[in-house]
Ligand binder design. Structure first.
Ligand code: PHE
Length: 393
């Protein structure tokens, strides 16, 4: 029986044929039957390709037959040429059809084999965490916000005036030496900006702003108290176990009439006790010197260091926590406020250091080493970070 596709194309079978024509037609029909069987028997794409080479390759059966045309008379070529070409086209079409079938079957079996198993648990997904510094900052802000402080910010790159001069560090004054400052190259005006060495220059910015608005406020009978905290990045040329060239501070500033050291003390003691979540905090104020506060103090917290870790609220050791003092009259004046009318207090506190104390990291430098394992260990989940002001997490 002749293959279907072949028969459809096989109008050559109805030729007015000679004996020789009939002879070659029988050869062609046999070749067609044999090759069709070979094509159908191919069960893989690779097997089909081998069959294609056997039929249509350089020395394939149909190719060899086509080569005999060259040795034929013109007359024979006229009759047999179309027959052989038709056979070759038919074989090629059958091979292509078979290839399409095999490819579809291959795809179907792969889809069946590689189906997704929805019951498998998904691979663990890496989640980011809240950096301890940001967590501690949020905690500190929430404690101060609860006491009625607003949050203000200032730029990392400051003028020498705001960072030093306005804060009562006159040019060339030795007190500047205490701040290991990063200077920027001189700008076109010959001014050398600095990476701010503390958050205190934002005090100056705020007092200036307030001073500008004062007449307006006073006219409306709304004289301000200023009550702000200023979280931010600060920079000093310093690096050891407890210092990093970039660190974070929170500055506090309160300006009002009749403000005194008692307000300062209560505010800071309340803050420390809420931040460390214990009522048992004992503090002491040690006299100190800052050019921009007078009197100035450093606040220490009583702690226990005997077991190699710091425990707040017990023990006989002291730990320095922050610097503070009453805003120096010169600073008020530099910002356009009359020290006979306005008084205030300020404090500045290392955020990273308070984090280390509360959460027990052994080396401050690790805070900014961006080691993912460290971050996974010490980082906080964004959903369950504690909030000491509300007691909620
Ligand atoms: N700016 C000071 C420092 O970085 C801290 C401070 C702030 C002291 C405000 C007093 C008042 O060391």
């Amino acid at each position: 029986m002749l293959p279907e596709g072949f028969l459809l194309r096989g109008d050559w079978l109805n030729f007015n044929t000679t004996t020789q024509d009939r002879h070659i037609m029988t050869d062609l029909a046999n070749l067609s039957i044999e090759n069709t069987a070979l094509i159908r028997a191919a069960t893989s794409l690779q097997g089909l390709d081998e069959v294609r080479v056997q039929i249509l390759g350089k020395s394939g059966s149909v190719t060899l037959l086509a080569k005999t045309l060259g040795g034929m008379s013109l007359e024979d070529r006229k009759t047999q040429g179309p027959l052989i070409n038709a056979l070759r086209d038919d074989m090629a079409a059958q091979i292509e059809a078979r290839r399409a079938d095999l490819e579809a079957a291959d795809l179907a079996s792969r889809l069946a084999r590689e189906s997704v198993d929805l019951s498998l648990p998904p691979p663990p997904r890496r989640r980011g965490s809240v950096h301890p510094t940001m967590q501690v900052m949020d905690e500190m802000i929430s404690v101060f916000a609860d006491m009625g402080f607003a949050v203000a910010e200032g730029p990392d790159i400051e003028t020498d005036f705001n960072n030093f001069t306005a804060l009562n560090f006159p040019p060339k004054h030795p007190a500047r030496e205490m701040h290991d400052t990063f200077f920027l190259p001189e700008d076109a005006k010959g001014e050398r900006k600095v990476l701010r060495t503390h958050t205190s220059p934002v005090q100056v910015r705020i007092m200036h702003q307030v001073n500008e608005k004062l007449p307006d406020w006073i006219a409306k009978g709304q004289e301000p108290p200023i009550r702000v905290i200023i979280p931010g990045r600060t920079f000093r040329k310093d690096s050891d176990q407890t210092h990093t060239p970039m660190f974070h501070q929170i500055e506090g500033l309160v300006i009002d009439k009749g403000i005194h050291m008692g307000h300062l003390k209560w505010t800071l003691e309340t803050f420390i006790s809420r931040y460390f979540e214990t009522d048992a905090v004992t503090t002491r104020f040690r006299p100190h010197h800052f050019p921009f506060t007078e009197p100035s103090a450093e606040m220490d917290v009583q702690c226990d260091r005997s077991a190699g870790e710091v425990k707040i609220g017990e023990g006989q050791d002291w730990l320095e926590i922050l610097g503070c003092g009453m805003v120096h009259p010169n600073v008020l004046r530099n910002c356009g406020l009359d020290p006979e009318v306005w008084q205030g207090f300020a404090f500045g506190c290392g955020v990273d250091r308070l984090g280390v104390l509360k959460y027990g990291m052994p080396d401050l430098r690790d805070m900014f080493a961006s080691d993912v394992r460290w971050l996974e260990h010490y980082g906080f989940s964004a959903h369950s970070a504690p909030n000491p002001a509300t007691g909620l997490s």
